[in-house]
Design a protein around this ligand. Sequence first.
Ligand code: SF4
Length: 510
Amino acid sequence: MAERALKPVPNDQPSGATYRLSKSRFTSGLQCHKKLWWEVHEPDAIELQPDKVLQDLFDQGRQVGEAARQRYPGGVLIDLPHSAGAARVAATQKALAEGAPAVFEATFIADETFVAIDVLERQGDGYRLTEVKSSSSQKDEHIPDVAVQARVAAACGVNITAAEVLHLNKEFRHPDSGDLFARTDVTGPVAAFVAQVPDEIARQRKMLAGPLPDVPVGLHCFEPRDCPFMDRCWPDAPDHIRHLAGVGPKRTAAYLARGISSIKDLPPRDKLNFTQRRQLKAMAEECLIVEPTLARELVPFTGPRVGFLDFETIARAIPVWPGMAPWQQAAAQFSYHERQPDGTYTHAAFLAEGPRDARPPLVEAMVRATANAERVATYTAFEKTRIRELQEAVPELDAELAALEAKLIDLHPVVRNCVYHPDFRGSFSLKYILTPLVPELTYNDLVIVDGRVASVEIARLLFVADKIPRQERDRVRQDLLNYCERDTWAMVKLVERLGELAGTHTRPTP
Ligand code: SF4
């Protein structure tokens, strides 16, 4: 499963200039030979060291794998380190010979390629190969992953008669509504792909024995997942075409395919939207552009009793609170600043504690904190979506949540519609626009500076608190409170700054 993707393969290089593959190396090589080359030749590269977010993904994948095994009574786990390749192969052969109904982590080596199959299940004269995924659907990228396992097992004499992906079921609801897993049969697409596997294995092994291959950047850098080596391959130029506002990986790749790598190379006849035209003008003139509409759009944010709300959430593969689906986000923390009639600000905050459902106490605290607000500002519609989910999770406060939703106003479109600074680099996310617009307010003094890290840290505090020393728990809690508070204070300062711009620095575009 995914946790092996970034680790060196056991019993790695046989003598001579040949390199052993694994299923994760094989799929990595399918994405990009250059990426695989670095993974094999620089396994200690800084880019390959899992950060907290990636480590959490691995941990959740492991939990899903363990839960999946409960479905196969009598299954035998090949419980040996991955470095013990030959011993694992022998243990697999023994389990199969002894008639185990299912073997977990069944290990085979052929074509200098190592695979450990999540579940190899006896079925009549043959075996069904099952790949367990913590995603909530079967994806195209799973096919080559399963195909390389099927090819290697078959080369070792195993009669694979069926292949499937066992993934999380998006219809499941905690604690026990429906089945946590869903199966998707992939026998047909895997059989169609298997024929390509030997040639691709040979290409990858030949490539690994040579120098770093020259691979141009493109859509493959993002699909099926972001490559960790982007900073090595992609130019950092602020006018790179990928920084054109509203352009994602697909359109970036399409521009590159047309030979357009810089925003200044855009042909004049290319159609650009209003935001992009404003961006080009700001870049050409190296100045901040403010539309004359800013003052009008800012009006709802400038009265007394305007609040500023921000959530942090958890998202767990195996859901943890009543009614939640796999990977569903749930608010577990909020910060709230409110402007008072005298121009000062009050602050309220909530951070879940302990594994029990945090949504009812969070909603109670939030309803109390926002009761007197005339309007409540957020940055994007993220909070609105979470509040709607909270209405389902805490139906006894449904009316109060509906009243809060009716007060919400979104600051994000105001910035997107009215302001552009060349340092936005095509993004209107709060973290990108804050420094250019409010340079005195930074996150540099904070330990947690990223919502994904905050999410993982909250989950750690809630669900594995007993494994964290008390002192560290207190420190992480404070780090989380500081981070969320900074997000709402950033909105406060942003509105102040926008107010100054609307009043004094208006510079309309034609
Ligand atoms: S950034 Fe793109 S080109 Fe560079 S190694 Fe990754 S996938 Fe390959």
